[in-house]
Structures are given as C-alpha cells and as structure tokens.
Design a protein around this ligand. Structure first.
Ligand SMILES: [Zn+2]
Length: 337
C-alpha cells in the first residue's frame, strides 16, 4: 500500500484531528470543563520546546498533550448518556469503528488497514514529528508479537515497505519505556541525535559518546528473531529504533534492564530517549550524574557484552571486525564537528 506519512499528517492537521479535546454535549455544544486546557495550548501539538542538553541528549517539554488522562475519553456515548466502554485497552478502543467517543476530535480517528494483521493510526497525543503508529489489528501483547515468526515476518515486510517510501524511522518500545500493552510501533521523522551520528554500516555493539546499543543490519526477520530470543533467554528486555539502509533494515537495539536500583532516579526512557531525544510532559530536573546513573542501570555494558558473545549472526565476525567498525562510528562523529 502506498502510504505517504507527510501527506497523512497534513491531512490530519487540516481536518483538526490535533485540535484540543472537548467533551461533546447533547445539544451540540462543546465544553472543556472536564479537561483543563492551558491558554497557551492552541492544539495538542503546541508548545514543544527544548529546555536542556546533556552531552548529545536533547530534553524537550511537551505541555499540551492534554486529555491523555481524561476519564471521559475512553467511554462511549449512548443517546445522551456517557457510558463506560467495555474496553480496557485504549488501542482496541480506538480501532473499533462502532464506538462513538465523547471526546472531540478523538471521535474522528482515522485508521488504514495495511495488511492482514496491521493497521496505521495517528498517535493521538504526539510528541515526535509526523508521528503515526503501526498497530496490530487485534489485541496482541507488545512482547508476544516479536516471538511469533509469522507475525514478525509480516511486520518486517510492512515496515520495510513503508520505509522505502518514507524517510523516517520506526521506534519499538517493547515493555521498557512504554505505557500500552497492545502491540504498536511508532513511525516518526524526528532526527534522533544517535542516528545522525551512527554509521549505517555498523554491525554489532557500540559504546561511544554516552550512547550504548547494538546495531544489527538485517536482510530478513530471522536475524532479528535470533537476536530477540538471545536477549529473552537471558531474562533481559529490549527496545529498538529501525531505519532503512539500502535493501536492508538497520535495527539499533537497546538491551534493557528495567529494574531500577535504589538511589537511581527512574527516567523511564524509551528507545527514542536512548537515541538522545527525550520528551516529557513536564521538565525533568536532571543533570549528568542522574542521566549517567540511569543509563548505567537500565542499559548496562555487561548485558551487551553477554549478548554479543551469544549472538551467532553478529558474534562470529564480531571480534575480527569490531575495531574497524567502531572506527566508522567515530569518523561519523568527527565529520559532524
Ligand atoms: Zn488492545
């Protein structure tokens, strides 16, 4: 299917999908009493601004994502009554065309079915540029999908197709830095600092400039599935960012250890955060020490060393080529300066 995310975004913007949220009333009036919208918020996209930089990490505040926690926006309208909906999952609820959502303009959510198991919807409360979601059409758990060979193959093919026509990246947050169980992966055109610096040829573990991850150039889903099972076998979790490199996909995996130790502040960073682009509703009071403690606890060097030693597709070549490939990463950084 020929999807152009930039066009879709413009279309959604023009038809008012990102406008502030109001509660629909029976007489056709709108009220915002239940959802307090600050005067500065002209829409849900407003007010995103950078307030801090640590190393190459950028910190942004997104104060207008108002309505996200409104109890009304997950209910339905029956006649003039606002009733509880039977859905507990916000994505299942959003995908149901028969639910009349009492919150405007959420009642106008667009949905495009792109394959047997996947659909595209806009991110209702966006915090990245041109942000859309690829979601499973039925409720599949975030973790389950990537353990299922058939589904992973379909997902791999779909994101590859989408990235052949669109310049952005996909972000998958797994179970670390994520708030929804229903399988979803974010599309965005946000330029993540890490990806701007990372060589498209790098294959294997990297640990530079305060960024740590595992880059996998994959020509098919089998390599991805092998890396995921190696991570899971060690009782670790993961998230990743993926971009298209020629005929392949480059997955930048973050091997996560989400148990926060005592004395470490939980920043709850997702894969976008570990790629250097951190967006929160309120400003974080943070310094180098807090960030480095968090990274050392949840994105641990020892886990990368462990996984690198066990991962066959990347591991066999690793010891020989690691040095050369690490140079590629440094060269990219130097060129930027
Ligand atoms: Zn669901």
């Amino acid at each position: 299917m020929d999807i152009n995310f930039n066009k879709l975004f413009k279309q959604e913007l023009e038809r008012g999908f990102y406008d502030n949220i109001y509660l629909k009333l029976c007489n056709g009036e709108k009220e915002n009493n239940s959802i307090t919208i600050p005067k500065t918020c002209k829409s849900r996209l407003n007010g995103i601004s950078e307030y801090n930089r640590i190393w190459n990490y950028r910190f942004l505040e997104s104060p207008c994502r108002i309505g996200r926690k409104s109890v009304y926006c997950l209910k339905k309208i029956n006649g003039c009554q606002i009733k509880n909906s039977s859905y507990k999952c916000p994505i299942c609820y959003s995908l149901d065309p028969n639910i009349d959502n009492p919150c405007e303009p959420l009642n106008k959510l667009m949905r495009i079915d792109i394959s047997k198991n996947f659909a595209i919807i806009p991110n209702v409360y966006p915090y990245l540029e041109t942000q859309f979601l690829v979601v499973s059409r039925s409720h599949i758990d975030q973790g389950q999908l990537l353990n299922n060979q058939e589904l992973l193959k379909e997902f791999f093919q779909e994101i590859k197709n989408l990235l052949s026509r669109n310049n952005g990246v996909f972000v998958f947050n797994g179970t670390c830095g994520n708030s929804l169980d229903h399988f979803h992966s974010h599309y965005t055109t946000t330029k993540f600092p890490l990806l701007e610096m990372l060589s498209e040829k790098l294959n294997g573990y990297f640990d530079f400039e305060h960024f740590r991850g595992f880059s996998l150039i994959a020509s098919n889903e089998l390599m991805v599935s092998e890396l995921i099972s190696t991570i899971l076998k060690n009782n670790l979790t993961y998230n990743f960012v993926v971009r298209r490199v020629g005929e392949n996909l480059q997955f930048i995996f973050f091997i996560r250890h989400c148990k926060i130790l005592e004395g470490v502040e939980d920043l709850n960073l997702d894969a976008g955060g570990l790629s250097g682009y951190i967006v929160t509703t309120d400003k974080l009071n943070i310094d180098e020490n807090i960030l480095s403690k968090y990274l050392d606890t949840t994105n641990r060097k020892e886990d990368y060393i462990l996984i690198s030693s066990q991962f066959k597709s990347g591991g066999r070549r690793r010891s020989k080529t690691q040095k050369i490939k690490n140079k590629l990463f440094r060269k990219t950084i130097r060129n930027r300066k």
